[in-house]
Design a protein around this ligand. Structure first.
Ligand code: FE2
Ligand code: FE2
Length: 157
């Protein structure tokens, strides 16, 4: 795995994060219902963390000598995700849980692919992965579920 592979991998993660920011903010502005206030704040809080992830990825891409993607055309080349415009709060939670599951899978895969090739990048992705798992936990806890929907991978699997 060379540096360009790692830069492309990070830009793929970044594209997904940029979509996540838009989705959380879309749901933040549009959520209605009896739990409006708590859910609104949760979406905003998670959206801000996704923004920090996009920023950390951009900083690492720059350090490695790459260009962090920012244009809409480039974003769509790096991800097939689109913003889900759910109509009710349960659909919103489900859409965001789907996103978090996808993020957990992608980060886990990229961490394994990087292995010992770039410990600094791997540490950054591991920190982000920990926060994505917290997000999945926050969303499923909000639904009253104790069991988080994602499966933890065994080391080396
Ligand atoms: Fe994220
Ligand atoms: Fe997240």
């Amino acid at each position: 795995m060379d540096k360009q592979n790692i830069i492309d991998m990070l830009n793929k993660n970044r594209a997904n994060e940029l979509i996540a920011i838009l989705q959380y903010m879309n749901h933040y502005y549009r959520v209605t219902g009896q739990d409006f206030l708590s859910l609104r704040n949760l979406f905003k809080e998670l959206g801000i963390v996704e923004m920090q992830h996009a920023e950390k990825l951009a900083e690492r891409i720059s350090t490695l000598g790459g260009q962090p993607i920012s244009k809409t055309q480039a974003i769509s080349q790096f991800t097939d995700l689109t913003v889900n415009e759910a109509d009710n709060m349960h659909e919103m939670i489900d859409a965001n849980l789907d996103y978090e599951q996808r993020a957990i899978n992608d980060y886990s895969e990229h961490i394994q692919m990087i292995g010992d090739n770039d410990p600094v990048t791997r540490n950054i992705l591991e920190d982000i992965l920990g926060q994505e798992e917290e997000h999945a936990h926050d969303l499923s806890s909000w639904l009253g579920k104790r069991d988080i929907s994602f499966k933890l991978r065994a080391v080396g699997e």
